[in-house]
Design a protein. Structure first.
Length: 328
């Protein structure tokens, strides 16, 4: 039963293979049929057969021992499944892993970056309804968050914890910090003991244009200009601007005033609060977004703060502003 000079007229697993002359025993054909394939020939040597998948119709090569004793899988069906999973998580499966690990593939993300990913992780993300994260973009985001907090991202954490990264503070001190802590500015430098709480900060007022409504954001930050960029998914769409900022001596004072202002607005003017459903797809924040029509009232509150009103101590803000009429 020699290997012939004749090749199959169709590709088998993306290549054209030679015909191996030989019988196709009935129990081979029955085993293939029971496992979702038609045995259509033999190839390469006496141990390999060509199967046609009953699901996708493509041809694949398998060892006959796999057909008889195991459950052969169609590589084309697997590839189609992986491509569909990639598409559902915002990526494209480009091909096999450049490092030739069959458990991995080369994927391109929505941002345009290309990286290798484990196929099972991609399919798990698709099953859970999650987007596939890009390592380059995630690193850039962590870099920006660190810079915003006065730190520099160095690399992976020295400790064995995927939730941490290694950072360098402005004073030169190095330490591991949780990514979530850095993002929320909840971090102290063990070298100089300086943190967002002790550094000067500002109360800010930002404007954004959502697809249906204009909105404003009230918050605090030691860098409001950067905050404008950080909070937007697509600045060209939402066109964020910094409208106003009020300086305070410390971040602790700023967050106390900011939280009290939000509580005051929620109590006195709850109709100004914009539902998260309207902005979650456009802004990286979960709250603190108000309707544009509330600008007059919120500006008056900021006037009062600038004039010395502490919303934690008193609700009588009107006595601190010369523009009480803007509250309407």
């Amino acid at each position: 039963m020699p290997l012939t000079d004749t090749f199959y007229a169709f590709p088998i697993d993306h290549e054209f293979l030679p015909v191996f002359a030989g019988d196709k025993p009935k129990h081979w054909r029955n085993a293939a049929k029971n496992k979702g394939f038609d045995l259509i020939g033999r190839t390469l040597d006496r141990l390999h057969v060509v199967l046609e998948c009953n699901h996708c119709g493509n041809a694949t090569r398998k060892r006959i021992s796999v057909v008889l004793g195991h459950n052969p899988e169609c590589g084309h069906c697997i590839e189609q499944r992986r491509k569909a999973a990639a598409e559902s998580v915002g990526a494209v499966l480009l091909g096999p892993d450049p490092e030739k690990d069959r458990h991995y593939g080369e994927y391109q993300f929505e941002c345009g970056h290309i990286d290798r990913r484990q196929h099972l992780r991609v399919e798990a993300a698709a099953a859970g309804g999650f987007k596939l994260s890009c390592r380059d973009c995630t690193y850039a985001l962590h870099e920006a968050e660190a810079k915003f907090a006065g730190w520099q991202l160095v690399g992976p954490a020295l400790r064995n914890n995927p939730s941490y990264r290694h950072y360098r503070h402005e004073c030169g001190h190095h330490q591991d910090v949780g990514v979530a802590n850095m993002r929320n500015l909840d971090v102290n430098c063990a070298g100089c003991e300086e943190s967002w709480a002790s550094k000067p900060s500002k109360i800010y007022l930002l404007s954004f244009m959502l697809p249906t409504i204009p909105v404003i954001k009230l918050g605090f930050s030691n860098n409001p200009i950067y905050r404008v960029k950080q909070v937007q998914f697509d600045p060209a769409e939402t066109r964020g601007t910094l409208d106003r900022e009020i300086e305070l001596e410390t971040g602790h004072a700023a967050i106390c005033v900011e939280k009290a202002l939000h509580s005051h607005i929620e109590s006195e003017r709850p109709e100004l609060i914009v539902s998260r459903d309207h902005f979650s797809a456009h802004l990286r924040t979960t709250s603190e977004i108000y309707h544009e029509r509330g600008r007059g009232h919120i500006s008056s509150l900021l006037d009062a703060v600038e004039a010395g009103w502490d919303p934690n101590l008193s609700t009588d803000w009107k006595s601190f502003t010369t523009h009480p009429d803007r509250a309407a």
